[in-house]
Design a protein around this ligand. Structure first.
Ligand code: HMG
Ligand code: MG
Length: 315
């Protein structure tokens, strides 16, 4: 029930990585890097074996200036066969941009708590669902796949703990809209495995067939434990991760980056999962990005000498 579909010819048991560094990572960086550097980063990630790359965001430039060049990024990136290139879309204006950019998939985004939703997209959760009706319907007519994000699935930075039953309600609304998959966003990186169990027990009980990803931020260092809990105890096989561990939401104060792609790949492989991503190539991409961002990366693997040697060997 909780495993992802067979997109990209992956078997249900094979791990599917959605690389969100170029979107979730870069949206929260103080330094705005050049379009060319973003394209280099995405191209390097395209070679690593990830199934999907969230390569940009068609939101208001005032809300997220770091990604205001996403239209250009999509024009310039080299699309590799078999890799899905997706982007965040908050409204119909964003959808128009996504059509022009010829993205493979859009991601609409709402939350399980109203205060976060208001700060992030200036409307309540219910109002966002209304707004997304036309977006999803037009995307479907245009044969575009749609992901639906739900943020604050365990904790809200403004309201505290969030009930799993509220998350299930929002999941039902998104599935009714016709989204192809749902990503559960642990926006502020505070959840521990018991919070993941509280959430996924409820999802398992109330939601039938649904393609599901989990999206953990790593503020409290719990994200790898959460990934392994979701995989081992609930059979979740689809994870959103960010090369180098960059990222965060500018509207979630104090939240740090997504769990690092390379660290998740290592942890899952070491635990016996089938993962086609080459973590050494992810480290290469992350270290290139690190040079642009001018600050140390938070991922574990990118700091290890054995991976650094590999990086120097291939550049
Ligand atoms: P608003 O101010 O209520 O909307 O913002 P508006 O329609 O009044 O538009 C305001 C201005 O933005 C106008 O420009 C519009 O044209 C422009 P002006 O006339 O003032 O010059 N605008 C746009 N420009 C380009 N593309 C668009 C677009 N839409 C409006 N699509 C809005 C509402 C949703 C647009 C705004 O609040 C927004 O863009 N928010 C995005 C916030 C965001 O990107 N947050 C981070 C992503 S979510 C996240 O990180 C969580 C996630 O990772 C999961 C997790 O971790 O939990 C997904
Ligand atoms: Mg996020």
């Amino acid at each position: 029930m909780l495993s992802h579909g067979e997109e990209n010819n992956v078997t249900p048991l094979r791990i599917r990585i959605t690389e969100v560094g170029p979107r979730d990572g870069l949206q929260n960086e103080r330094r705005i890097i050049s379009t060319e550097a973003k394209v280099r980063y995405i191209n390097a990630l395209s070679d690593s074996g990830v199934a999907e790359i969230e390569a940009g965001s068609f939101v208001s430039a005032r809300a997220v200036p770091q990604l205001s060049d996403s239209d250009e990024v999509f024009k310039k990136l080299e699309r590799r066969a078999g890799v899905v290139y997706s982007a965040l879309v908050p409204n119909e204006k964003g959808l128009e941009r996504a059509f022009t950019a010829e993205v493979n998939k859009i991601a609409i985004f709402t939350a399980a708590s109203d205060t976060f939703s208001q700060r992030n997209i200036h409307c309540t959760v219910q109002e966002s669902i209304e707004r997304f009706k036309a977006v999803v319907s037009r995307a479907k007519q245009g044969r575009m796949a749609v992901r639906g994000y739900i943020s604050t699935v365990t904790h809200c930075p403004f309201e505290g703990k969030v009930s799993a039953s509220r998350v299930v309600e929002v999941m039902r609304e998104l599935l009714e809209l016709g989204v192809d998959e749902i990503s559960l966003g642990e926006t502020i990186g505070k959840a521990a495995p018991n919070d993941v169990r509280r959430l996924l027990d409820e999802v398992k009980l109330h939601i039938g067939q649904a393609a599901l990803s989990v999206h953990f931020h790593d503020t409290y260092g719990m994200a790898i434990a959460n990934v392994l809990t979701a995989w081992m105890e609930y059979g979740v096989t689809s994870f959103d991760t960010s090369a180098g561990g960059v990222g965060g939401c500018p509207y979630a104060p104090g939240a740090s980056g997504n769990v690092a792609t390379e660290d998740v790949v290592y942890a899952l492989k070491a635990s016996g999962a089938s993962v086609v991503v080459d973590e050494r190539l992810v480290v290469n991409a992350a270290r290139q990005l690190g040079g642009e961002l001018n600050h140390p990366l938070s991922s574990r693997l990118s700091r290890l000498n054995e991976y650094q040697t590999r990086y120097e060997a291939v550049t």
